[in-house]
Design a protein around this ligand. Sequence first.
Ligand code: GMT
Length: 380
Amino acid sequence: MKIGVVCYPTYGGSGVVATELGLGLARKGHEIHFITYRPPVRLGHFHQNVFYHEVDYEDYPLFEYPPYDTALASTIVDVVQYQNLDLLHVHYAIPHAAVAYMAKKILLTQGRYVPVVTTLHGTDITLVGANRTFAPVVEFSINKSDGVTAVSQSLKNDTLRLFNIQRDVRVIYNFIDFERFRKVNKEHFKKIIAPEGERILAHTSNFRKVKRVEDVVRIFQRVRERVPSKLLMIGDGPERPNAERLCRQLGICADVRFLGKQDAIEELLAICDLFLIPSENESFGLAALEAMACEVPVISSNSGGLPEVNLHGVTGYLSEPGNIEEMAQYAVQLLTNEALHSQFRQNALKQARRFDLNLILPEYEAYYAEILENSKIKIE
Ligand code: GMT
């Protein structure tokens, strides 16, 4: 199949999933065309089946708000026509589903039908999408997509609850590539971070409000009182300065390292004992899955799709968002019981295997085939 992939190229779950799905499909022989405004962060090296088309955009002084959507639609039209794509897969509804619909309509005037699959990732539904400034367009473009997938059952439920959706939404879970995410020996590195054998806790995110990053710091402060430990804060975003300030106020800076955006996250996870993700809302929690694949148990909130990934009392523990006391207690419980911790490490890996890329990728391929078959019927 020749597939066009539209996504955000930045650090963030939806872009990561889109890129890794595209790369996985390319390895299986599909021809993948990324259409983005910058090369996606995880695109990496040359692959014979992967093509990159930068959105052609020229600014003009009249535009207070750059009409990126229009430029993206024009680039999609161009790429579909000249690369003869079979299907478009757009990740994150805003604005990609609406833009794809416009491109589809333009292509129809040229006698070309290209089916569109939209994958909903989370905040495009729960936080941003449901906002009245976007909601009518989000609802319309979901209903007009030829196929719609959601990354968890919880996100599907939210979509059906928040919008008037007239079509089927298929749950296809996020996935993990075990070639990359697995526990490797990085003892030398562990010694640098935790020279006295302290426990290592980690948090990875884009440091947005929804991630409750300050809760991470407060949980760590409580754990550190009971268990000698270090905290790795991986990623960057608007809440990072607040989190750093809080560390100073609490006097725990010596034990917390803000590492910024990192490419080799798996190498950091390899030395971790516990992963913290206390989000207000989380449609899936790819960061938690990455940790689990590296045998790191997870202390999380119970919001959104997290309970579908992190199993309470099995791979980690879940609490109500904001219940930092309980999350800290759970963390201490795990870190002070070697047998339990080791059991949870194994359970985390076992659960992560359910989301193996090699299991999820065929689900997407089958879904594309189904959508292509249905669109043939529509044309005839
Ligand atoms: O806010 C983020 O976490 C980034 C966001 C994105 O779309 O880039 O992530 C969402 O999609 C990820 C991949 O499907 C999910 O794993 C995250 O749970 C989801 N984030 C939220 O729902 C807050």
